[in-house]
Design a protein around this ligand. Structure first.
Ligand code: HEC
Ligand code: HEC
Length: 387
């Protein structure tokens, strides 16, 4: 399933009962899906993640999740890892080394052996898992990034020049409560009364890729959490939404399977846009620390989102505005994090709304630049359903 940004595309395989997938997924695809994927590769200048996924419908629904050995062809060291972590782990490995998939793979034939640094990668995976097992009681303390830090060959020597001054962050003596911090944010964007008067938003934006290209985006969101977003890659539209009970996604007419963390991201973005009911979304919500994002001091709250995944929310200490949201998903090789930065806010309809939002996952970054927001417009609620 090629992924463009957070746009995961599941490749529908024809044979549901196949234990292991064929070498190259292309022959297994229907003609139209193969064409679609090829055009997506062309349109998005970076192939962020090409990844395979099996159909949702399994013969035995109560079966344990598939392991990587069951689903993929040539996995020997990641064999016991749940198959749905494969894409995340591969992206984290690439990001840790500062490389693309092609450092270890040839095109989309990921199962092919003897390519690039694949064997070296395999040895390193064994070493990393071994270190954690032998020295850290099986906890994922050492990851690729512990040593590599964005370089394919780690730097062993101490850096002598360019020493950065250590910024000490003053930890507050009295820790603010999560409620106080949220109340300050709501006040900062315009107050509860104004927020409550907003029933829906229609947003026109651009998705700007890190290498300069951009695609038009359009969003519809309601205060009770319904959402729909369309990103147009040339003739290919990627559409995602939440209809009140289910999050969904499709590429042109092909529906896509969402993992729980992906579904959660789609739902949460709509809630965050309205601010006022944020406190009901998180459990065990509490002060974590004071920190810094670029030159601003922030207060970090941590909590569990509705799917019980840990999140950290950072609020500007002075303005009170939400500045960053980070969702963590545990994998065999460390935490896969989604980071959403609310970089700029502007006033629309009497409240401050984020107009520049930067999204990042390991190996992929893009920015949403909002050009227009209409408030309380006519919206036909059927658009929030998958169709
Ligand atoms: C540093 C090397 C390295 C990089 C970079 C890398 N991979 Fe891998 N990949 C491997 C290794 C090693 C395996 C086999 C793991 C095993 O034996 O358990 C593998 C296996 C896979 C498989 C399973 C293939 C099969 O059916 O056997 C997929 C899919 C995959 N990688 C996708 C990707 C994608 C997509 C990227 C880029 C986002 C990527 N990889 C980047 C080293 C790498
Ligand atoms: C304990 C430190 C450490 C960890 C953890 C670690 N590596 Fe390495 N890795 C190294 C060192 C040191 C080298 C360089 C060896 C050399 O120069 O020959 C290296 C080299 C490599 C290379 C070969 C690069 C080249 O240009 O030849 C690959 C690929 C690689 N590591 C992948 C990984 C992956 C993937 C992970 C995580 C699963 C990982 N490493 C975890 C220390 C580490």
């Amino acid at each position: 399933m090629p992924q463009i940004g957070l746009h995961y595309i599941v490749v529908p395989f024809t044979n549901n009962h196949q234990r292991r997938l064929t070498m190259d997924f292309r022959p297994a695809l229907s003609r139209s899906t193969a064409d679609l994927l090829t055009s997506l590769f062309r349109i998005a200048s970076v192939i962020s993640l090409v990844f395979l996924d099996a159909p949702t419908v399994d013969a035995q629904p109560n079966h344990a999740p598939k392991t990587s050995a069951e689903k993929f062809k040539n996995v020997w060291v990641l064999s016991d890892m749940p198959a749905d972590q494969m894409g995340k782990v591969m992206n984290m490995m690439s990001a840790s080394l500062g490389v693309n998939c092609s450092f270890c793979h040839e095109g989309t034939n990921f199962a092919k052996e003897g390519v690039g640094h694949k064997d070296a990668g395999r040895k390193m995976i064994s070493m990393t898992l071994g270190l954690n097992k032998e020295f850290f009681g099986g906890k994922t303390e050492v990851t690729c990034n512990t040593c590599h830090q964005g370089k394919s060959k780690p730097v062993s020597n101490v850096e002598l020049t360019q020493a950065k001054p250590i910024v000490r962050i003053h930890q507050p003596q009295f820790q603010p409560s999560a409620d106080d911090i949220l109340a300050k944010h709501i006040q900062a964007v315009g107050g509860k009364q104004k927020l409550d008067s907003i029933k829906n938003r229609h947003v026109i934006a651009k998705r700007r890729e890190i290498h300069g290209g951009s695609e038009p985006e359009e969003l519809w969101q309601t205060s009770n959490g319904l959402t729909r977003m369309v990103t147009q890659y040339g003739s290919v539209s990627v559409v995602e939404g939440f209809d009140g009970s289910q999050a969904w996604k499709r590429v042109n007419e092909n529906a896509i399977e969402l993992k729980p963390d992906e579904a959660e991201q789609i739902k949460l973005e709509a809630v965050i846009a309205f601010g006022s009911n944020m406190h009901t979304m998180y459990s065990e919500f509490a002060f974590q620390s004071a920190d810094r994002i670029e030159d601003r001091e922030v207060i970090v709250l941590s909590g569990l989102n509705p799917s019980k995944m840990p999140e950290r929310l950072s609020f500007d200490s002075q303005t009170g505005l939400l500045r960053r949201r980070v969702l963590s998903v545990a994998t065999l090789l460390g935490e896969f994090e989604y980071q959403v930065d609310y970089v700029e806010y502007q006033e629309f309809g009497g409240i401050l709304q984020p107009t520049k939002i930067r999204f990042a996952v390991p190996n992929i970054t893009w920015t949403r630049e909002v050009t227009k927001i209409e408030i309380n417009t006519e919206i036909d609620e059927s658009i929030f359903r998958l169709r």
